[in-house]
Design a protein around this ligand. Structure first.
Ligand SMILES: [Zn+2]
Length: 460
């Protein structure tokens, strides 16, 4: 998820929005029926507004001969078509509500990693409320906005203080910022010094950076004492693989707080202290899972595409938007007591997270990743700084690796064998040692550079 503002601005604004703070806290206690009532109320308001104020939906209702009176409850979602990023991209202006056209809106965009970027608009104050949802999620793990000592290692401009430090303290807040692009073996000692001296309680970063730190600490366990005040890692923006979570838990002995969201801001979920499934905020958006034909999936355990409907963005209400991410419904109640719906086994965008064999069959990269996760279980130390899959030809993939000194040829062989096993020999792998794998502009490691075309992707 994009961060909208720096922590200082968000914290100050959020501290003033006590009504929203109370509302989000109350949501934790909702019964299933109360949660349905809340969603119905918000949905009716949003759906009416969409038909009355948003050209795209107004036209759809006209063409179908529907009227706004037909919107009576959550079932009325079916009156709205499934939309895709391409549709919104093509008709962006038609998705903006008439009554927000002349107002100043916050403009964001999708990352564009799986196609052309999409411009997104929302009311300015909404960006603070968005942040509030995240703070509420962090609070479960003990984070107190404005009080807890936080180190944020994110994609941001490089920074060097006069004293040569890569860590910048925000004025009047116990918040420290570092650029993920500047974190490496050379700067690690000064980062550790800040973590120890400032008794950092929370580190907000990407899963890949958390695994990197965990890997380094596994190699140099003597430095673990620097993290003695640490309470949790706050992770987002990348798929969090179970192995990475497990490694952070094991090395640092702290919990991982992760959330699932996307740039379109239609779906938001977070894990809890009892389980790793994403609990979906009822007031944030409506979530559906659909199969390839667009039919809704309601049974647990079946993978479907996540389809989101905003309940929070009146300026550009996207309804039944196919996110390109896949997940399954979870079963049963959670020990945290919340009655929210939960999703599990989230898989990122198809075109970036699958490999293709010769006949065009797709292999889920998160399964294949288990090869490296398995090796991390076998060896009690970290051995790769970063790695990245590159696929240019069906049935073949290159794995670029930035090995640590601990990496051996035996490990390379184990990766090859494991990969062979998981792809049933249908994708050939070639390991390539490199000295650098550049981070994305967003600060993340791109796990897979998929060069096969979108058309091939869509055929299967
Ligand atoms: Zn829970």
């Amino acid at each position: 998820m994009r961060s909208f503002k720096d922590h200082a601005t968000s914290l100050l604004e959020w501290s003033k929005l006590s009504r929203y703070r109370r509302q989000l806290t109350r949501e934790n206690e909702l019964s299933i029926s109360a949660s349905n009532n809340l969603q119905t109320r918000l949905w009716l308001k949003m759906a009416h507004r969409a038909v009355l104020q948003v050209p795209y939906y107004r036209q759809h209702f006209q063409e179908q001969g529907y009227s706004v009176e037909m919107i009576t409850g959550l079932d009325s979602l079916a009156l709205f078509p499934l939309i895709t990023r391409d549709i919104v991209k093509e008709h962006t202006a038609a998705f903006i509500a008439d009554d927000y056209r002349s107002k100043r809106l916050w403009k964001g965009h999708t990352s564009g990693s799986t196609g052309p970027a999409l411009d997104l608009f929302m009311p300015r104050f909404q960006t603070t409320i968005e942040k509030g949802y995240i703070y509420s999620q962090w609070r479960r793990f003990g984070y107190e906005p404005g009080k807890s000592r936080l180190l944020a290692i994110r994609a941001r401009p490089d920074y060097i203080s006069q004293a040569g430090s890569i860590v910048e303290k925000l004025p009047k807040q116990p918040v420290y910022n570092a650029s993920v692009f500047q974190v490496n073996e050379r700067t690690l000692p000064q980062l550790l010094e800040v973590i120890a001296a400032k008794r950092i309680e929370f580190i907000h970063t990407y899963p890949s950076t958390a695994s990197y730190l965990a890997g380094m600490m596994e190699s140099f366990p003597g430095y673990l004492t620097q993290f003695r005040a640490l309470k949790a890692f706050l992770l987002s923006s990348e798929t969090l693989h179970p192995g990475a979570r497990e490694m952070v838990n094991r090395v640092f002995g702290v919990q991982v707080c992760a959330h699932y969201g996307h740039a379109e801001h239609l779906i938001l979920g977070g894990n809890c202290e009892h389980n790793d499934e994403y609990h979906l905020w009822p007031s944030y958006g409506l979530v559906q899972l659909v199969d390839n034909a667009g039919n809704e999936i309601s049974a647990p355990g079946l993978a479907g595409e996540l389809v989101g409907t905003t309940l929070t963005n009146p300026a550009m209400p996207l309804i039944r938007y196919r996110s390109g991410d896949f997940a399954e419904w979870s079963q049963g109640d959670c020990a945290c007591g919340r009655k929210w719906r939960r999703i599990c086994n989230v898989i990122g965008k198809y075109s970036t997270d699958v490999l293709f064999d010769d006949s065009g069959d797709r292999f889920n990269l998160s399964l294949i990743m288990r090869v490296i996760i398995f090796l991390r279980d076998v060896y009690p130390f970290e051995f790769l700084h970063r790695y990245q899959f590159v696929q240019e030809t069906a049935g073949e993939v290159r794995l670029k690796i930035m090995p640590m000194q601990t990496f051996t040829t035996e490990m390379a062989e184990q990766i090859r064998e494991g990969f062979e096993h998981y792809t049933e020999g249908r994708i050939r792998i070639q390991l390539e040692t490199v000295t650098d794998i550049p981070l994305e502009k967003s600060g993340k490691v791109k796990l897979l550079v998929q060069k096969l075309t979108q058309e091939q992707d869509e055929q299967h």
